[in-house]
Design a protein around this ligand. Sequence first.
Ligand SMILES: CC(C)(COP(=O)(O)OP(=O)(O)OC[C@H]1O[C@@H](n2cnc3c(N)ncnc32)[C@H](O)[C@@H]1OP(=O)(O)O)[C@@H](O)C(=O)NCCC(=O)NCCS
Length: 127
Amino acid sequence: MVMGIGVDIIAISRMRDILETSGKVFMDKVLTSYERERSETHHDRVAYVAMTFAAKEAIFKTFGIGWETGVQLKEIEVRDGEWGEPIPVLTGRFLELVSERKATRVLLSLSYDGDYAIAVATLAGGE
Ligand SMILES: CC(C)(COP(=O)(O)OP(=O)(O)OC[C@H]1O[C@@H](n2cnc3c(N)ncnc32)[C@H](O)[C@@H]1OP(=O)(O)O)[C@@H](O)C(=O)NCCC(=O)NCCS
């Protein structure tokens, strides 16, 4: 059963500006250590960071919550699956929310082309 859906789109040029002006602050605030390392090996670092940020915002939106719930974007980690598919792993307050909602899965799909990166996420669970 679909319990929530979220989408986010980001201009890769905007992410390039952020990384040039406040890259370390942004990376430390938003990305996990796995994601920071992965960004160094991805063939398009800026697109990777943009997609990963979009992924986190899309997953945030699936919950229909506000930031006052105490969630942090670093509590969402986007890992590479065996075939390159993105696998979201939630921790902390996000994981508590998954449990409270009796959700069982967060599904994620990512894409980028030209100047845009996009993420679509679904919160699923129940029978
Ligand atoms: C909603 C959020 C996740 C993304 O907002 P955004 O990228 O500015 O806006 P988007 O264009 O992607 O989405 C806006 C739409 O999302 C929807 N939306 C707004 N708040 C939402 C929420 N809490 N949950 C789900 N959807 C929401 C609305 O339809 C909104 O449209 P509106 O502005 O016309 O009402 C916002 O909370 C945010 O700005 N997050 C960034 C916080 C952050 O940690 N940034 C780190 C930078 S260092």
